[in-house]
Design a protein around this ligand. Structure first.
Ligand SMILES: Cc1cc2nc3c(=O)[nH]c(=O)nc-3n(C[C@H](O)[C@H](O)[C@H](O)COP(=O)(O)OP(=O)(O)OC[C@H]3O[C@@H](n4cnc5c(N)ncnc54)[C@H](O)[C@@H]3O)c2cc1C
Length: 408
């Protein structure tokens, strides 16, 4: 969760908004005393384009859905069937920890909504929003994500920070002994001595260190290649982790534009999941074009990561006939490991691994969104729970520190 400079444009590496229902994040903000830096953001007007029509869409599941003419009347009425599940989820799930919704993790979100509401609700509403915001197809993920988050949105707000989304991380990093830009290549337990050896590269130089404990907080997809001499539990769990990828193209414009966000249905021929026009505020005016999951697969298979702007430019020109005059330059952003895919049944694998991690002191610990919830709230909560666990396992009291902690 930080901001990167890509060719003079400021872009996000991941999250762009946080929600006040992220309990651990809110506690951290209070602990750091940075409440005044919080900047609330309103929900934007969003449109979804289908093959022959377009209609407003919203992430908030509110009464607007009842008046969505893209949906059949029976579907609109059947939306009420979601209420008992949402009420249960509001009281009994933790939005920072999707494993609390294990009771609804044995079918796909596609099957859940078809059973409860109707196929058209998936194609007209769920698909465009989830493919846009998460690059997830409804058939690939569990409804537990939808329930454990949507149930908690009422009464809460979206926010970022006045100094940008990376502000929280910067504040934390300024209080720690961080070795920034160190790329770890190997984490290895030694068979004849306690602790772990860590090999990493920094400024082109190979370095290594020995540590009592290593906390591996990378994307879950990376741990299999980093950790050597894995235990049976680690190997078993690592095989269950899945991630998706994302491609984003930014067309930087010479002149300012009005703000607008368009989502697309899966049936729509556009290669995009989202097209957003972003006005000049404190960044350059640009078009934010997020590729659809099918286009992402095409880019990965044909190795077109550096040519995504050329791949989709014809589609953009169809919508903006004066693009040649408007366009300053373009930037391609490829995110190899975008989000952990919380597929049906994954919660059981997480639980088994967490129970194992909790059961006795370890030399390598793991935390991150893939162990909790595919949001910043989940990542933060996972880290917080792990800190308490390590304190317990290694008899640390509040305020105590290990003799030296290094973040690489
Ligand atoms: C495009 C996009 C949009 C998103 N939008 C939102 C949103 O609006 N709201 C929200 O709440 N969440 C959003 N998310 C999800 C959110 O960003 C993640 O859930 C969260 O950042 C995960 O945090 P983490 O600490 O588990 O992992 P990460 O933030 O992925 O951090 C892992 C870190 O490990 C580092 N690393 C990896 N390999 C190595 C290595 N070998 N050596 C050293 N370091 C290494 C990486 O550089 C990275 O800094 C979005 C994600 C993406 C990709």
């Amino acid at each position: 969760m930080r901001q990167l400079d890509m060719g003079g444009l400021r872009v996000n590496s991941g999250a762009r908004v946080l929600f006040t229902y992220y309990k651990s994040v809110m506690e951290l903000i209070t602990e750091l005393g940075i409440e005044n830096e919080v900047e609330y953001v309103g929900m934007s007007d969003m449109v979804c384009e289908d093959v022959n029509t377009s209609y407003p869409v919203s992430f908030a599941l509110n009464l607007d859905a009842l008046f969505n003419s893209a949906l059949k009347m029976t579907t609109r009425l059947r939306l009420a069937k979601l209420l008992p599940d949402l009420i249960r989820a509001r009281f009994f799930t933790d939005p920072d920890d999707m494993t609390t919704c294990s009771y609804l993790d044995d079918e796909s979100m596609q099957s859940y909504f078809s059973r409860k509401v109707g196929e058209d609700f998936i194609s007209k509403v769920v698909d465009p929003l989830f493919r846009g915001a998460r690059s997830w197809n409804a058939e690939d993920v569990s409804p537990a994500f939808f329930l454990s988050t949507t149930a908690h949105t009422a009464g809460h707000r979206a926010f970022t920070f006045k100094q940008g989304i990376g502000y929280l991380n910067q504040q934390l990093a300024s209080m720690l002994n961080v070795s920034f830009g160190a790329i770890v290549s190997r984490i290895e337990r030694k068979s004849n001595e306690p602790g772990v050896n860590i090999q990493y590269t920094k400024d082109g130089r190979s370095e290594s260190l020995h540590a009592d404990i290593a906390i591996c907080a990378t994307e879950g997809a990376k741990i299999a290649e980093l950790v050597k001499n894995q235990t049976a539990e680690e190997t078993r769990f690592m095989k269950t982790i899945r991630y998706n990828s994302l491609g984003i193209v930014y067309y930087i414009l010479k002149k300012d534009v009005d703000h607008g966000i368009t989502f697309f249905t899966r049936e729509h021929p556009s290669p995009l999941a989202i097209l957003e026009t972003v006005p000049e505020k404190d960044n350059k005016p640009h078009l934010f074009c997020e590729l659809s999951p099918e286009t992402v697969t095409e880019v990965a298979n044909d190795d077109l990561r550096d040519g995504m702007d050329q791949l989709i430019i014809h589609e953009i020109k169809k919508r903006r006939s004066k693009l040649d005059q408007e366009l300053d330059y373009s930037v391609n952003q490829w995110i190899e490991h975008m989000l952990p895919v919380f597929y049906p049944g994954y919660i059981a694998a997480i639980r088994q691994f967490i129970d194992h991690q909790d059961s006795h002191p370890q030399s390598i610990y793991y935390c991150g969104d893939y162990l909790s919830q595919a949001l910043v709230g989940g990542a933060c909560d996972s880290g917080k729970r792990l800190a308490s666990l390590i304190a317990r396992h290694h008899s640390l009291t509040k305020g105590a520190t290990l003799s030296e902690t290094r973040q690489v």
